[in-house]
Write a protein that binds this ligand. Structure first.
Ligand code: GDP
Length: 320
C-alpha cells in the first residue's frame, strides 16, 4: 500500500463515535495502523490515562476526535459536564502528546468556538474577534482552548499540531436522543415518528430564522484526512465545512419533503434560536485541498440519513 497514510500509526480518540468511525474506516482502507482508545480502558480526562494510551500505542498522528457534545438542548442542561470533560480531556491529551513525543496532533474543533455575534461567513482570522454565543459558550470555549494550547506547545516544545474547526455534522450514526441531538437528527426523528403515528403536526424549536451550515459526516471525514495530510500551520485553524448556509425553516421543509410526512409544522418559540448565523468561510480549506468541495448536497445527505434512520431506528434511539 502506498500514500501518505500507509503504515502510519494513527490513534483516533472518539474513534468509535459518530465521526470517528468514518475516520477509522478510511484510515484502515488507506493502510494506516489505527488504534482507538475506549473509555473503559483509557479515561482520557485523566493525564495518567492519556499517558498510558500514548505510551502503550505510540503514534505518528493523534487525531483527537473525542468530545462530549450535543445540540442546543444539552448546552442548557449540562453546561458543566460539557465544560469539564472537554477542557481536561483536550489539555491532558496535548500534554501527554508532547511528553510522549507524538508526531502530530490533529485537534477537532467546532464552529461553536467562533464569536457568536458576527455577521457573514466565519473566517479563521476572526476566531478571536468577539465572545462565543451564550447558548454554546461552555462547549465552544473548551475547544477554542485547544487552539491556544496548540500555539503554546508549538512555541515551547515544538509539538506539531493543527486545529480543524468543524461545522454542524449530520448523517447515519449521529445522536438521535432528543435531549442531546443537533437539529438535523432531531428533525429526522420527529418526522419519521410523526409519519408512523399519523400525527397531525410536528414541533420545531425557535423561529426557523437562524442560518446553519450542514456537512454530511462522510464528506467531513474525507476533508479531515486530507487536511491532516496537507495542513501544518499550528498558528492558524482551518475551517471544515461547505460554506453553504440554510435556514432552519428551509431545513425543516426539506426534511418534510424527503420523509413524505404531510402534517403541519409548528414553531415553538419558547425554545432558543441560538446564534443567528453560523456558516464557515471555506476559502482556506478549498485552497489547502486543491479545490475540494463537499460532494453531498443537503437533500441527498438527508435522504440517506432518513433511510438509515428508518432502517436502524431501534439501535439509533437506544444510543446516547
Ligand atoms: P446549534 O447549531 O449549536 O445552535 O445547535 P442545534 O443543532 O441544536 O440547533 C440549531 C438550530 O436548530 C437552533 O436554532 C434550534 O433552535 C433549531 N432547532 C429546531 N428544532 C430543533 C430541535 O428539535 N432540536 C434541536 N437541537 N434544535 C432545533
Amino acid at each position: 500500500m502506498q500514500g501518505f497514510w500507509a503504515d502510519k500509526r494513527v490513534t483516533v480518540t472518539g474513534g468509535a463515535g459518530f465521526l470517528g468511525k468514518h475516520l477509522v474506516k478510511r484510515l484502515e482502507r488507506m493502510g494506516a495502523k489505527v488504534f482507538v482508545p475506549r473509555r473503559a480502558d483509557y479515561n482520557l480526562t485523566a493525564l495518567d490515562a492519556c499517558m498510558k494510551c500514548l505510551l502503550e500505542h505510540p503514534c505518528d498522528i493523534l487525531i483527537h476526535a473525542a468530545a462530549y457534545y450535543g445540540g442546543i438542548g444539552i448546552n442548557v442542561t449540562q453546561p458543566a459536564s460539557l465544560y469539564y470533560t472537554n477542557l481536561v480531556m483536550g489539555a491532558n491529551l496535548f500534554e501527554a502528546a508532547r511528553l510522549t513525543k507524538t508526531g502530530k496532533v490533529v485537534a477537532i474543533g467546532t464552529a461553536c468556538s467562533y464569536p457568536g455575534y458576527l455577521e457573514g461567513h466565519l473566517k479563521e482570522e476572526d476566531l478571536w474577534a468577539g465572545p462565543c454565543h451564550a447558548s454554546v459558550v461552555n462547549y465552544g470555549l473548551t475547544k477554542k482552548m485547544l487552539a491556544v494550547q496548540a500555539q503554546a506547545y508549538k512555541r515551547q516544545y515544538g509539538l506539531d499540531s493543527i486545529h480543524l474547526i468543524l461545522t454542524n455534522l449530520y448523517g447515519p450514526g449521529d445522536s438521535y436522543n432528543p435531549e442531546r441531538s443537533h437539529v438535523v437528527a432531531a428533525l429526522v426523528r420527529k418526522w419519521v415518528e410523526a409519519e408512523a403515528a399519523q400525527a397531525p403536526s410536528v414541533e420545531v424549536w425557535g423561529t426557523g430564522k437562524p442560518i446553519r451550515e450542514f456537512i454530511y459526516v462522510e464528506d467531513c471525514a474525507d476533508a479531515i484526512l486530507l487536511a491532516a495530510e496537507r495542513y501544518n500551520d499550528a498558528t492558524m485553524p482551518l475551517n471544515i465545512g461547505t460554506g453553504v448556509g440554510t435556514s432552519i425553516r428551509e431545513l425543516a421543509e426539506t426534511v418534510h419533503d424527503v420523509t413524505g410526512f404531510r402534517g403541519k409544522l409548528v414553531w415553538n418559540t419558547d425554545k432558543p434560536d441560538g446564534a443567528l448565523m453560523k456558516v464557515l468561510d471555506v476559502a482556506r480549506l478549498t485552497a489547502v485541498l486543491d479545490g475540494w468541495t463537499a460532494p453531498t448536497n443537503l437533500r441527498d445527505g438527508l435522504a440517506k440519513t432518513v433511510a438509515w434512520y428508518r432502517a436502524h431506528k431501534e439501535e439509533a434511539d437506544a444510543k446516547w
